[in-house]
Design a protein around this ligand. Sequence first.
Ligand SMILES: [Zn+2]
Length: 250
Amino acid sequence: MKKILSTLGLLILISVALLGCRAKKETTQSKTSSSQASSSVKVANSSSQSTSQSSIEESTAPSSASTQASYNGSYYSVQGKYGEVIIVNKKHPLSSSYAPGEDPTAVAAFWQLVSAMQEIGYSVSNNYSGFRSYETQSGLYNNYVASDGQASADRYSARPGYSEHQTGLAFDLTDTSGALLTEYNASQWLIQNAHHYGFVVRYLDGKESITGYMAESWHIRYIGQEATDIYNSGLTLEEYYGVPGGGYVE
Ligand SMILES: [Zn+2]
C-alpha cells in the first residue's frame, strides 16, 4: 500500500515535471492512512550526539549571529525555541540512510491545512508529495539533470541527500488538475496562513541566494509552533536561525 502510494506520488511529480501535462483528470484520492509505519519520531536519535553547544542553550530570540548546526549522524539541527529543528539545505545534507518516513505530527497538520484551503474554495488536491527517500530523490534529480542540465536542475531540484522531503517534514501541494500549486491567491493564502498550522513556505521569491532554490509556492515545511515566530520575522529559515545557506560546497 505504501509502495503504491509513493509510486503514485512519483507519477504525479513526474507528470507535473513534464510541464502542464494535464491529461490525468481523475486523481484517485490517496489519503494516507495513519496506519502507516510512522513510528519513528524525529526526536529519536539525539542520544548519540555529544557535541551540542552548551552556550546557545537558551536562545529565545532569533539572532542574526551565525549558528553552528550540529550533526548527529543523520541530520543537522539547531535548538529552536520549542525544541530541535532539522536544517536541510545545500550546506546541510542528510545521511543517505536517513529514512524516517512521513512525520505523523506534520502529516496531521498538513491535512488540517489542506482542509482549510479546500473549505475556502481553493483548488487544492488531496494528492501531494511528502516523504521521499534518498533513492527516490536520486531518480528525480537525475531525470531533471538529463533533461535540463545540471545547472538548471540545481535551481529547483535537490541533489540526493539534500532534499527537505527526505525528512518527512516537507510537502508539495498540488491543485485539482494535478499540477503543483501555483495559483496566485492560494499561494498568497499559504504564505500568510501556513504558520497557523506549523508550516513555513520554504522557498520564497527573491531568496534564492539564501535558500538555494528558486521560489516554490507549493513547498511547505513543518516546523511546529515556532513557524509563527519565523513568519513574523519575515526571514527565511536560514536567516532566522542564522545558519549558512546558498549553494553547494563544491
Ligand atoms: Zn517540495
